[in-house]
Design a protein around this ligand. Structure first.
Ligand SMILES: [Zn+2]
Length: 274
């Protein structure tokens, strides 16, 4: 295998090798994370470290099919700003920055791009990044989160009820990947304010979308129960996330890019710039 096919890290290729990678139509993956407080027991890099580790493992398993871009290390985080260290990026800046990356990748000739998100609050933003990339380039761009691919496996091993933040699943993944950086003696469980239709952190489990300033309802920065996390649970869900994404890559690389049909019978104003 040539280096362009064997190397899965985007920025480890030379420009001549990049031509070969474009010829092979590797799927380009952009991991997105955050620099955000994750309770008293985990470092601020959780969303970045977990997401990038999973994407790099996908690369190791199918290097001839993918290129993994350097990750986005920051995200929408002002709701965590009351906790020391958290970095916040305004949504429009995040979206425009990411679209500049996906457009650059599309410009070079890569036809399929996948954003893999590891920070819940980036979800609506990466959705828009993917949509804008499709509408503003000739390439396809898809957005997902690695969480989605481990849900089934997590159901089989979980002991806590809440899946949210610095909780059983994130702590287990970190224990699997880098146990020396997890301070389990400082891990505590915490719950948000919960109503019938809404909660303080109802990004996933509720029909009403709402995320309050975390300084209003938690003094730990934890949502869920990290005390039941184990490295073995982390191994199981890491494997599920990687395997799921490997399957997704196969589907996306085969996804057709059809010629658009124009169904107008009268002239359109094709000079309009959106
Ligand atoms: Zn997180």
């Amino acid at each position: 295998m040539t280096n362009a096919l064997a190397e899965y890290r985007y920025n480890r290729l030379t420009w001549p090798e990049m031509n070969e990678a474009i010829g092979a139509q590797k799927l380009v993956i952009l991991p997105t994370g955050s620099t955000e407080q994750h309770g008293p027991h985990l470092p601020l890099d959780v969303d970045l470290f977990l997401c990038e580790s999973i994407c790099l493992e996908v690369g190791r398993r199918i290097p001839e099919q993918v290129l993994i871009l350097p990750p986005i290390s920051y995200g929408l985080n002002r709701h965590h700003i009351d906790f020391p260290g958290t970095i916040h990026i305004e949504p429009d800046i995040f979206i425009n920055f990411c679209v500049n990356i996906t457009k650059s990748v599309a410009y070079h000739g890569f036809q399929r791009i996948l954003i893999v998100n590891g920070h819940g609050s980036n979800a609506p933003l990466v959705d828009l990044v993917a949509r804008r990339t499709v509408l503003e380039t000739e390439s396809l761009c898809f957005a997902t989160t690695y969480f989605w691919f481990l849900l089934e496996a997590f159901e089989r091993v979980r002991e806590s009820t809440v899946m949210a933040h610095a909780d059983e699943f994130e702590t287990s993944l970190y224990l699997h990947l880098a146990p020396e950086r997890v301070q389990m003696d400082r891990a505590v469980a915490d719950q948000d304010r919960v109503g019938k239709y809404v909660s303080s952190d109802s990004t996933m489990n509720y029909g009403v979308r709402f995320n309050d300033y975390w300084g209003r309802w938690t003094r730990t920065g934890v949502h869920g129960d990290p005390t039941v996390a184990t490295a073995e649970k982390g191994r199981v869900i890491f494997e599920a996330a990687v395997e799921g994404l490997v399957g997704l890559v196969a589907e996306l690389r085969g996804w057709p890019i059809e010629k658009r049909a124009d169904l107008h019978v009268h002239p359109v104003q094709s000079s309009i710039r959106w």
